[in-house]
Design a protein around this ligand. Structure first.
Ligand code: XBP
Ligand code: MG
Length: 256
């Protein structure tokens, strides 16, 4: 029986990567006097590596680029990452990035139906709070019984750790929950924690191999703004559904 919805953040709640994190990284590089500029396509490649500090380290090691003048790379990237998250918070506060279609509605419907809510992300906690504050208001932090981030769970997706942490802390059975993801790394993490997973893809993740997902949609949809069904083992449930993801459809999905 459906008990809880567990949401990924970046790419799922909002399209934060291209115009949020990427831009914030570039500002932090400039600030540090580091001659790196991550373009839109390059950043798409780098998203294969989860975690901002891991991503910078991977770029330095794998791409032809100027090497930072540092002896302690961990400390160096930690500092840039702190600054990048400060720029990210400023970008969120400007309000240019909103929630994806259907997210706010589905969260409200879940609360009304007594379905428990959680967040499971590999991003830093301050980034989640910056997004929630601007989009749903600071009160929304309390709507999520648990906000699990890289601050609590350092082993990032595709590791299932963050999902297992949510299930353990909330004393939930994976069979009673649905995970919402946008990426292959997120899907792998959720599936390794035995969670049914609903994918809403985006510009960076469309065309990925989402094998194992119950449903692959372009968006959650709204009444009057239908999702497109792209696949998934239970695609039929969405095809015969109302065109937007609601609690009834999710219950159906879990019992199908
Ligand atoms: C996405 C990530 C993060 C963000 C940047 O997390 O992999 O690394 O790109 O955030 P998710 P940080 O999809 O699980 O929300 O710089 O804080 O890592
Ligand atoms: Mg994501």
């Amino acid at each position: 029986m459906l008990q809880a919805l567990i949401f990924d953040v970046d790419g799922t709640l909002a399209d934060t990567e291209r115009d949020g994190h990427r831009v914030a990284f570039n500002r932090a590089f400039r600030e540090a006097g580091l001659d790196w500029e991550w373009g839109v396509d390059l950043y798409g490649e780098l998203l294969a590596i989860t975690g901002g500090q891991e991503r910078m380290r991977y770029y330095m090691d794998s791409y032809p680029c100027p090497k930072p003048q540092a002896t302690d790379f961990s400390g160096y990237f930690r500092e840039i990452h702190r600054n990048k998250n400060r720029h990210f918070a400023a970008l969120m506060a400007e309000g240019g990035i909103g929630l994806r279609p259907g997210v706010q509605r589905l969260i409200a419907e879940a609360r009304q139906a007594g379905i428990r809510l959680a967040i499971a992300t590999t991003t830093t906690r301050s980034n989640v709070l910056a997004l929630l504050d601007k989009t749903l208001g600071s009160v929304s932090q309390d709507w999520f019984e648990l906000i699990a981030t890289a601050d609590e769970v350092p082993d990032k997706k595709p590791s299932p750790d963050v999902y297992n942490y949510v299930l353990e802390k909330m004393k939930l059975d994976a069979a009673d929950c649905i995970a919402f993801e946008d990426s292959v790394n997120g899907l792998r993490a959720a599936r390794a924690a035995n969670l049914m997973t609903l994918i809403t893809d985006n510009g960076y993740t469309e065309g990925s191999d989402f094998s194992g997902a119950a449903l692959i949609l372009d968006q959650l949809g709204e009444p009057g703004e239908s999702y497109t069904v792209k696949g998934g083992s239970r695609a039929g449930v969405a095809k015969s559904g109302p065109g937007h993801v609601n609690i009834e459809l999710l219950r159906h999905l879990l019992s199908a």
